[in-house]
Design a protein around this ligand. Structure first.
Ligand SMILES: C[S@@+](CC[C@H](N)C(=O)[O-])C[C@H]1O[C@@H](n2cnc3c(N)ncnc32)[C@H](O)[C@@H]1O
Length: 376
């Protein structure tokens, strides 16, 4: 077994408990829930499995140092002591990103520059040459977190964020990030077999993520990860994790999927994404108005949907009227259904007029609310 590291998986706000559960199911060590993610421990095998399997995480970071950082000199000296040459070739590319809060050093850009200077000076001293600064796709991405004059230096093992699964071929208008959609599916309590209904399906993110879950499909199986480009990368650990994930994938249970949207183009987006994700399902897709939604009686299905939030809409009353009409259709005809309805704000949930538990979530900086319940 390789060395153990402090790892941190980041996730959308509100999904920390779901991520914690995912890490538990992956049998990760010393999991600790924090704001914005979970800390855990592991070596190369855990880095590979976390990246391949986590559905709600955006990134997996590996901590390389933590130190008091009251000044520029303290930052530079500590960053110069880090053995960067373990991970990066002298001719490689790097990118540094800093987040700074409540500290003597106040400028993120300056912090990024100083860590880059320290790293490059170390390389020049040891090898006579230095890595160059690259873009998002650099060989090594370094995260600096400076909080109350304590700095944490971490390496991003993920590369492009984990919501980039590789199945999306159509965007729709306001697609949910795959990580948030997976979180909604996991929070919904869906049994992974019952029919799925999304009457505001847009590009179909919720339906695809639900079906991938039902198939036991590792969401990262179709992509590569940042850590695989490190000098220290353990190719065998990745191979093992990938073949385990391949073996775990079942044929999707023959799900009944019913998706609809007011816009014909969105319905086509959903069709394209379901096909690209290789979902085997009895898919029924149609153009329909959610205000006249008619649940199939006796389906005992799961309504999983992300209603329009009306963020850029000039007439919020019209959006509320849509929630009222949809809520009424559910109250009248959806007995036995599980509900997971993602709304933009509490007022919109009120307008649904449905019982249930509210979970506060966020899409980036935009807060949102999930109502979950089962109608008697
Ligand atoms: C927030 S988007 C859903 C995004 C989707 N979850 C995704 O990831 O792509 C809301 C969708 O509701 C659709 N919509 C708006 N009014 C509707 C109505 N009255 N009936 C059905 N769909 C409607 C919009 O066309 C849009 O695609």
């Amino acid at each position: 077994m390789g060395a153990r590291h402090e790892l941190f998986a980041t996730c959308p706000r509100g999904l920390e408990a779901v991520l914690h559960q995912e890490l538990k199911e992956l049998r990760m060590g010393r999991i600790e829930r924090q704001v914005g993610g979970c800390q855990f421990q592991g070596g190369p095998a855990e880095v590979a499995r976390a990246n391949l399997w986590l559905r709600t995480a955006n990134r997996v970071l590996l901590r390389v140092d933590r130190f008091p950082c009251p000044s520029d000199a303290a930052l530079y000296e500590a960053a110069r002591e880090v053995p960067w040459e373990r991970w990066l070739r002298p001719e490689g590319t790097l990118r540094v990103q800093a987040r700074v809060q409540d500290s003597a050093l106040t400028h993120g850009r300056f912090v990024e520059q100083r860590v880059k200077d320290a790293l490059c000076d170390r390389f020049v001293e040891r090898t006579g040459t230095r890595p160059s600064v690259g873009d998002e796709d650099s060989d090594l991405r370094i995260h600096v977190h400076l909080f109350r004059d304590r700095a944490t230096l971490a390496l991003d093992t993920t590369g492009p964020p984990l919501y980039k699964r590789g199945w999306r071929v159509a965007q729709g208008r306001a697609p949910l990030p795959e990580t948030l959609a997976a979180g909604v599916v996991l929070l919904s309590g869906w049994d992974r077999r019952s029919p799925l209904v999304d009457p505001f399906c847009g590009s179909g993110t919720l339906l695809v993520e639900a079906a991938l879950l039902a198939a036991g499909a590792a969401p990262g199986l179709g992509r590569s990860f940042g850590e695989e480009r490190w000098l220290s990368s353990d190719a065998r650990a990745w191979e093992r994790a990938r073949s385990e994930a391949q073996a775990a994938r079942r044929a999707t249970p023959k799900l009944q999927v019913l998706g609809s949207d007011l816009e014909a183009e969105r319905v086509e987006d959903t069709r394209a994404n379901l096909a690209s994700a290789g979902i085997e399902a009895a898919v029924q897709l149609e153009v329909a108005d959610g205000r006249r939604f008619e649940p199939r009686p006796g389906w005992n299905g799961q309504v999983l949907t992300n209603l329009p939030w009306g963020v850029r809409v000039s007439d919020p009353a019209r959006v509320l009227a849509l929630y009222e009409a949809f809520g009424q259709r559910l109250r009248e005809g959806a007995s036995g259904y599980g509900l997971a309805l993602l709304a933009g704000e509490p007022r919109q949930v009120d307008a649904l007029g449905l019982p249930g538990e509210r979970v506060e979530l966020a899409n980036g900086n935009q807060p949102c609310v999930l109502l979950r319940s089962r109608l008697a």
